[in-house]
Design a protein around this ligand. Structure first.
Ligand code: PAF
Length: 274
């Protein structure tokens, strides 16, 4: 990476936890289109998993990931171990980066330590890689909002480019966790998540339904998915502050999370102001 910088090449950086799919490839493509060289990190970051979560089961198809990176013309694939990344290995270090407020709601409610782990590892990766542009996926909307704020607050000399969600033909957002879904759920039920967002986004246009109204809508919309789907949240928020939308003339986002058994899926739709 130092050689790339020394050669004056602009560097686009795509941080990943591996199990690469077309969503990651779209980030790599975006980086290749804008920068001289692309760096991808593959690191299943232990500090963003709670002890009850799927760290040990998280898919790690490293050979396939390296082949995908080679095919996408990635200049450097950075695959550190927890011992190389952290002073205390999988335990992390004594220093943690926490972005206040933005991480408290949505996924932060069920995963209270998750975003501190994400921010800390991304800050470390930015220091190690030193990219010009950081590429993130819109699918992890809250993560992207938090990381953009961290970059701004801590003056990381990097531009953040949040790239659109890539979906299966059914509308299901691509995720490394989709492999956990059985065939029937993946084909029949999981696509309802995006369908719900689309129906609501059309209804919302200029109005702002209350949380209770959204919940009622979701209850009837997902009735046919009972008992396989458990809704965790469905909210309409200001796209930057992640607070309830207050002022007109600001982008809003509809965000959803729910579980099919142990598989937790998230999705969102941005509702841009005119
Ligand atoms: O989105 C992810 O895959 C991870 O949260 C990230 C940004 C690579 C940090 O570990």
């Amino acid at each position: 990476m130092a050689e790339l910088r020394a050669a004056g090449q602009s560097v686009g950086f795509v941080p990943t936890m591996g199990a690469l799919h077309a969503g990651h490839c779209s980030l790599i493509d975006a980086a290749r289109a804008e920068c001289d060289a692309v760096v991808v990190s593959i690191f299943v970051n232990p500090t963003q998993f709670a002890p009850t979560e799927d760290l040990s089961q998280y898919p790690r198809p490293i050979e396939a990931d390296l082949a995908a990176c080679a095919e996408c013309d990635v200049a450097v694939v950075f695959t550190p171990t927890p011992d190389e990344m952290y002073t205390d290995g999988a335990g992390g270090g004594l220093t943690t980066i926490a972005v206040a407020q933005l991480g408290e709601g949505l996924c932060g409610r069920s995963r209270p330590t998750h975003f501190d782990g994400v921010c800390t590892v991304v800050a470390k990766l930015l220091n190690l890689v030193g990219p010009d542009v950081l590429y993130l996926g819109q699918k992890d909307f809250q993560q992207a909002a938090i990381l953009k704020r961290m970059v701004a607050d801590l003056d990381f000399p990097v531009r953040v480019n949040v790239c659109p969600i890539v979906r299966e033909a059914s509308g299901l957002a691509l995720s490394s966790r989709n492999v956990y879904l059985d065939e029937e759920i993946r084909k029949k039920f999981a696509p309802k998540i995006y369908e719900c967002l689309q129906v609501l986004a059309k209804k919302i246009s200029d109005s702002a339904p209350s949380g209770a109204e959204l919940r009622d809508f979701a209850d009837s919309f997902f009735a046919e998915c009972t008992p396989v789907f458990e809704l965790e949240y469905l909210e309409l928020l200001d796209a930057e502050t992640l607070k309830p939308p207050a002022n007109k003339g600001r982008n809003r986002v509809l965000v959803i999370a729910g579980c099919f058994g142990k598989t937790r899926l998230i999705d969102n739709v941005l509702i841009e102001c005119d």
